[in-house]
Structures are given as structure tokens and as C-alpha cells.
Design a protein around this ligand. Structure first.
Ligand code: ADP
Length: 745
């Protein structure tokens, strides 16, 4: 904290301190002045008492002189003379304190006394003062004066009460309680005006005149309420307490204010920081539409300084002419308090003429007392956002245009619910779902049984069309898992491949027919054998029947043999028919040895005629394969026939045809090796091309068909040179698996 702040912290205590110092000083002053006053009063009291003493002494002196005068002229024999009577009366009247007067002789007998004297004090002595006595409760002293002949005395009784009453004037009595004390300091009588406390200031003085040893005492009364003595200290106390209280209240208020000030400063600093960091423009109008405040961001937006804009009124210089009406309407709506919850969108103009779009949100502006003093508007520059949105819109439109331009039907659907999230025109057309957006996608019924990615063919039986469907799992814009499905109409492709398949089938049949045609002579020979045998059995039977006693046993045997030969012929013909029959492929579990047997049976005559040595080598327990038997027979037929033809021009001893069956992992490997003319390496791949032949009567389609068949069975086919001379063709075939067995129709 800075030094002024430290000072400010102690500032509230200063009035309190001053009040304390002032109170103390004033109290000291009061004490001192009270001391001074009391000493002044003590001095005054002494003075007054001295005066009072003199007054009493003068009166007594006067009394004594009067008595002495009377005694000097006393004539005892003439006590009733008018002169004496008059003198006594005059004395008693001028000195009321002389309560009685008597004349006594030398023996103490009263020979005369005043009429008001109820009693006479017998006096014995030579004259002078007596002690104080109480007579009827009143303190009195007596004074005796002897006549010149000392034969009689005048005895006067002086009432001390009356003396004081007479001699103490009102102004002394008002201030002091005046008392007469005896020589033991016991009060004998006193005069007091009021029954009031004395202030404690008193003075005693010895009366020099008789009665001997008496003292006069004055006690100062306590003044009831003296301005300086009592009211001022009370006032001072009240003043000091109220000063302290108000100082405390003031300091509390100052503390609250200081805290509020700190908070206010923090708030102002915070507001400055907010204002400095705010990218939104802030502008405030008064109730008449004048600009009373514009923040930094708004100034930067429009290019005018806050000072320039102060007191701007509509039309504002940052309204573009072409948007004037819209700006005016927005401005008037804000000033009239018609605030739209979503804000207003307007286009404004910078000082350099550049246009920019803003969204304006307005709210009422109220002052500290809650009075509505105008409007506050916040302006957000949305030019960039709008541009981005338009770009996004354009890009979206491009994307949709591209998507709709595709031949394939594309759809995105929720992975869990199947809800259709997006589809292209082609999809809507193909599946006639223009009204089904937001509902389920129909494609997943086929494809979603499997784990993604899925590539499947789907036949839409309702519309008789084939679709090639690719399904991929992906993540949608909101992060959820979706299926992306692309369905390509494969109907045309499907029918083309179907046509191709049919053509292929026809071709294969043709090839088989050709093969059979080529083998017609062999087959004829083959058939000739059973037919010839049957003919010879028929002639044998006739011979038996022509004898007188036909041997029925022989006849029966011959008929059995004929039946066997007829079966054999039938078998050959059925084999030929099956081989050349046009049929759709049918895969089933079959044994390679059985297939080999059939083929070697068909080619048996040719093998013998060409003097070929056929050997078959195979390992034990070969599992079955999953294949179309007739197709594989055709493959074996072609390869064995080609091998035999290749060995036509080599010496018969070399005509060796080796068939080797081996296992290669889960595949069967068949090798057919000959020792024929062989094939040049550069020609090896040519052989599989359709219509490649080196033979005069050849068609050149045999090997091509063979390779298609093997690949159709997921196998491979190839050719290589036989190490010992000649050629060897090989192909592989997968063994039959349990799954394939289950699929078997
Ligand atoms: P074609 O037998 O009708 O000529 P293929 O497609 O069966 O048709 O055979 C194509 C050609 O491959 C034959 O003409 C022949 O030149 C060659 N060829 C086939 N097998 C052999 C083989 N084992 N040895 C040498 N050449 C062969």
C-alpha cells in the first residue's frame, strides 16, 4: 500500500484523539479553575468572618459600655424612677440579645429585675463574664457589672442565639452557616438559612471580646449547580462521548467506503481488462439516441474514435447508403425498446468504405439508482462467420452435387438404430425412399449380419435387381458410429457374367464334344469290344440251341456274359453322355482317384494304341476334394490327352506318363509329366491363351478352359519343363473342408 493510504488508515482516529486531548485539557482547566475558585472563596470567607467578628465584638462592646454606664449611675434606692426605667428599656430595645437584666446586692439577692425576666440569675462575684449556660434550652452568658461602691451588681443575661440572629446579616447568612463555639470547640449556637450541605470550606476565629474563649465559625454552603463546577464537566463528558461515538461511526463509515472504493477500483480494472480484451464492439446510446459510449473494439470496427462518435445521432456515418433503411429501422427499434431476443443482423461500413456484417444485441441501460437512461448494444463481427458459412454451404452443395452425380447409391445410417442420416439422390431413387429420410436404412438387412467391412451382393427381389454393396463402419460428424454403405447396381454386370458363364459352359461342352469327336474312333473301338463279345455270345447261344439236347447251363452262362457286356457298353455310353452334357457347375465332395479312373477308362483304348506307359504315384489317405467332378474329369482328360499327343513322335520306350498326387498344406497338388517334345519357356504362358495351338486339327481352347476351371475352384494351374525332358503340367485344389461339406446341396 502506498503512504497516503497508510495515512488514510489513521485519519479516522484523529478526530477521536483530538476529542480526547481537548477533553483532558478542558478537564485540567476546570480542575484548576475549581481550585482557584475554592481558594478565592476561602479567602473571601476569612474576610467575611473577620468582618462578622468585628460586628459581634462591636455590639458586645456597645452592650458592655451601656451596662457600665448604667451601673455607674445606678441608685439602688431609686430603682423605680422613670429615668432608670427609661434607660433600661432603651438598652433592652437597642440590644435585643440582652434577654434579661437584674440588679443584685452584694449577697446575691435580686433586688430588681426586668419584667420580661422570668427568672434572675443569682450572681456571686466581682463582675465579668460567666460561662455559657443553658436556660430553657437556650444558650446564654451572663455579664455582671458592679456599681462604683461595689455594693450591688447589674447582671445582664445575653442570649447567644439572639446575638447571632441580630448580628449576622442576610448576605453572610446566605453564604455561610455561622456558629459560636465554646472553648472546647462545641457549637453553642449557629445561624443557618437552609439545611444545606456545606462545601467543606470553613474558618474559625477567636472572639477577642468576651465571653472569653468563644470562637466564631463560618461554613461555606455548597453551591447547588454551578456552571463551571458541575454543568460544564457534564456537558464536556457528553460532548466527549458523542465526539468519540461520532468518530467511531465516521471511521466505520470511512472503512466501509474504503472497502467499497477498493472493490470499485477492482471492478473498474476488471471492466477495463474486459473492454481491452473484448473483440465485440460495445456502444451505448442515451434515451434520445445519442452515442454516449463506444468501446475500443467498436472504434476499431468503424474507424472512428470514441471522442469523434460522442453525441453522434442518426444517421450514423457508418451506415452504408445501400443498407440505410435497414440500419435506420434497427436503430429506431433499439431506441424504441423493441429488442429482438436473437439480435439484429445488419451490414455496417468502415470509414474506408469497407462493409462488414454484425449481429447486434441490445439491452436497456440503467444507472446506479435503477433509472433507465438509455440502451447498450453489443456488436459481433460475423463477416468471417458468414463467409465461412457460405463457403461451407457451397462446399456442402458441391459435395451433395458430387454425391448425387454418382451412379452408386450412397447412404449413411446410425450403427445402433439404423436411422438414415444421409443419402444421395441415387439411393432415394433406387430404393424409392424420398419420404423415408430419418427412418431406417433398408440395406443393412443383408449386410449387417457380418462384421464390417462387408462386400456383398444383394438381390433386390422386389425390383429384380442385383446390387454390389460395400459397407464400412465410420464415424459421423457428431462422433457416433455409423455405417457408410455404397450400393452399386450390378444387374447388368451380373447378367453379363451370367452370359459369360453360359458361353463358357457352351464352350466347354463344345470342347468336350470336340474331344469326343476326336476320340470317336477310339470310342467306336471301345464300344466294338462289348458289342463284338455280345455278337459272339449270341452265335454261341444259337449253336447250343441248335443241338438236340441244348446245354442249358452253358446257355445261362452265355446270357450272363452278354448282360455284362451290354452293361459295359451302357456304361461307356453313359460316360460319354455325362461328359458332353451341357450342365451348370455343381461342386460336391469327390475322390481324385475315382475321377482319374473314369478318365483313364475313357482314354484306355488310346493309351494302348499309342503304347504309353501310365504310372500313378500318390501318398496314402488322400482326403476328398470339393469340386465339380465332370469339370475336373475334363481337366484331367485334356492334360493326359495333350501329354500323349506330345509323345507321338518319340520312341515308344520313352512314352512315359507319370501322374503324381501330393499334399501341399491344405491343397492337393496334381502333376502330369510327359517325356514329349517339351515347350520353349517363352511359349509357356501362350499355351493358356484361347485358340493357341500348334496342331493341325487343334482348337487351342483346351488349356484355357482347364485354367478357368481350376481357378473357379480356387486353385492354381501352371506349366514347367520336366527335368528329365518333356513337359509337366500341374494344378492345385483345396481339400474339402467341413464348412464346404455343410454347404453341399
Ligand atoms: P489343342 O490341343 O487343341 O492344340 P490345347 O489348348 O489343349 O489345344 O493345347 C494348346 C497347345 O499347347 C498345343 O497345340 C500344344 O502345342 C501345346 N501343348 C499342350 N500340351 C502339351 C504337352 N504336354 N507338351 C507339349 N506341348 C503341349
Amino acid at each position: 500500500m502506498s503512504p497516503p493510504h497508510r495515512f488514510a488508515r489513521w485519519l479516522p482516529l484523529i478526530p477521536g484523539l483530538l476529542a480526547g486531548v481537548f477533553t483532558l485539557a478542558f478537564a485540567a482547566y476546570l480542575l484548576q479553575s475549581r481550585d482557584e475558585a475554592s481558594s478565592q472563596r476561602a479567602a473571601l470567607l476569612e474576610q467575611d468572618l473577620l468582618w462578622q467578628k468585628q460586628a459581634i465584638e462591636q455590639q458586645i462592646t456597645f452592650d458592655l459600655q451601656s451596662l457600665s454606664g448604667l451601673a455607674a449611675t445606678l441608685n439602688v434606692t431609686d430603682l423605680n424612677s422613670p429615668v432608670f426605667q427609661a434607660r433600661v428599656l432603651s438598652l433592652i430595645q437597642t440590644s435585643p440579645e440582652i434577654s434579661s437584666l437584674s440588679i443584685q446586692n452584694g449577697h446575691g439577692e435580686v433586688i430588681w429585675h426586668t419584667s420580661q425576666t422570668a427568672w434572675a440569675v443569682p450572681y456571686e462575684g466581682t463582675g465579668g463574664w460567666s460561662d455559657v449556660t443553658l436556660s430553657h434550652g437556650e444558650p446564654k452568658v451572663t455579664y455582671a457589672v458592679a456599681t462604683p461602691d461595689h455594693r450591688s451588681f447589674i447582671v445582664a443575661s445575653i442570649a447567644l442565639d439572639t446575638l447571632l440572629q441580630q448580628q449576622v446579616p442576610w448576605w453572610i447568612a446566605q453564604r455561610y452557616q455561622v456558629s459560636l463555639l465554646d472553648h472546647d470547640n462545641h457549637p453553642v449556637t449557629s445561624k443557618f438559612q437552609r439545611q444545606l450541605d456545606t462545601s467543606g470550606i470553613s474558618h474559625t476565629i477567636l472572639l477577642t471580646a468576651p465571653p472569653l474563649g468563644m470562637q466564631l465559625k463560618a461554613d461555606l454552603y455548597a453551591t447547588s449547580l454551578s456552571a463551571t463546577g458541575d454543568i460544564l464537566p457534564a456537558l464536556l463528558l457528553i460532548l466527549a462521548v458523542s465526539m468519540l461515538a461520532s468518530t467511531a461511526a465516521l471511521s466505520r463509515m470511512m472503512r466501509v467506503r474504503a472497502e467499497a472504493e477498493v472493490r470499485l477500483k477492482a471492478e473498474v480494472a476488471f471492466r477495463h481488462a474486459v473492454d481491452a480484451s473484448l473483440s465485440s464492439g460495445m456502444i451505448a446510446y442515451d434515451r434520445y439516441g445519442r452515442i454516449i459510449y463506444a468501446n475500443r473494439a467498436f472504434c476499431e470496427m468503424v474507424g472512428y474514435s470514441a471522442e469523434e462518435m460522442r453525441d453522434f445521432k442518426a444517421p450514423m456515418p457508418y451506415w452504408p447508403p445501400e443498407e440505410f433503411e435497414r440500419c435506420q429501422a434497427t436503430y429506431e427499434a433499439i431506441i424504441a425498446g423493441h429488442i429482438e431476443p436473437g439480435g439484429f443482423m445488419v451490414r455496417l461500413m468502415r470509414r474506408n468504405g469497407e462493409r462488414f456484417d454484425v449481429r447486434i444485441n441490445a439491452s436497456p441501460l440503467v444507472d446506479g439508482d435503477g433509472r433507465h437512461i438509455g440502451w447498450m448494444g453489443s456488436l459481433h463481427d460475423v463477416t468471417e462467420i458468414r463467409r465461412e458459412r457460405e463457403a461451407l454451404q457451397a462446399s456442402h452443395e458441391r459435395f451433395v452435387a458430387v454425391l448425387n452425380g454418382l451412379d452408386a447409391a450412397v447412404a449413411v445410417s446410425d450403427a445402433e438404430t439404423g436411422e438414415l442420416l444421409m443419402s444421395n439422390l441415387q439411393f432415394d431413387r433406387a430404393f424409392q425412399l424420398p419420404d423415408l429420410r430419418g427412418r431406417c436404412c433398408i440395406l443393412p438387412f443383408v449386410t449387417r449380419r457380418a462384421e464390417p467391412p462387408v462386400d456383398a451382393e444383394w438381390y433386390d427381389g422386389f425390383r429384380d435387381r442385383w446390387y454390389q454393396i460395400k459397407s464400412r463402419q465410420s464415424t459421423w460428424v457428431d462422433g457416433s458410429a455409423v455405417w457408410l454403405e455404397i450400393a452399386t447396381d450390378a444387374t447388368a454386370l451380373k447378367s453379363a457374367s451370367e452370359r459369360e458363364r453360359q458361353q463358357n459352359e457352351a464352350l466347354q461342352q463344345t470342347a468336350r464334344l470336340i474331344s469326343m469327336g476326336e476320340m470317336a474312333s477310339s470310342l467306336a473301338h471301345e464300344l466294338n469290344q462289348p458289342l463284338g463279345a455280345i455278337a459272339s455270345y449270341v452265335s454261341g447261344c444259337r449253336n447250343v440251341l441248335s443241338s438236340a439236347t441244348p446245354n442249358l447251363g452253358q446257355l445261362g452262362q452265355a446270357l450272363d456274359k452278354m448282360g455284362e457286356q451290354a452293361k459295359r457298353a451302357g456304361h461307356i455310353i453313359r460316360g460319354i453322355r455325362e461328359f458332353v452334357q451341357r450342365r451348370a457347375p455343381r461342386r460336391q465332395r469327390c475322390d481324385i482317384n475315382t475321377l482319374l479312373d473314369t478318365v483313364l477308362g475313357l482314354l484306355g483304348h488310346e493309351i494302348v494304341r499309342r503304347m504309353v506307359d501310365v504310372s500313378i504315384l500318390q501318398s496314402e489317405g488322400m482326403p476328398p476334394i470339393f469340386a465339380d467332378a465332370v469339370m475336373l474329369e475334363q481337366v484331367l482328360f485334356n492334360l493326359i490327352k495333350n501329354a500323349m499327343e506330345a509323345m507321338d513322335n518319340v520312341p515308344p520306350a520313352q512314352r512315359i506318363l507319370a501322374i503324381n498326387l501330393t499334399r501341399e498344406a491344405d491343397m492337393l497338388r496334381v502333376v502330369i509329366a510327359d517325356r514329349g517334345v517339351g515347350i520353349a519357356p517363352e511359349q509357356q504362358e501362350q499355351l493358356f491363351k484361347p485358340f493357341y495351338t500348334t496342331k493341325d486339327t487343334g482348337m487351342g481352347i483346351g488349356l484355357n478352359i482347364c485354367r478357368s476351371i481350376i481357378e473357379h475352384h480356387h486353385g492354381r494351374m501352371g506349366v514347367e519343363a520336366n527335368p528329365g525332358g518333356g513337359t509337366r503340367f500341374y494344378f492345385t485344389l483345396p481339400f474339402s473342408s467341413a464348412e464346404e461339406v455343410a454347404l453341399e446341396p
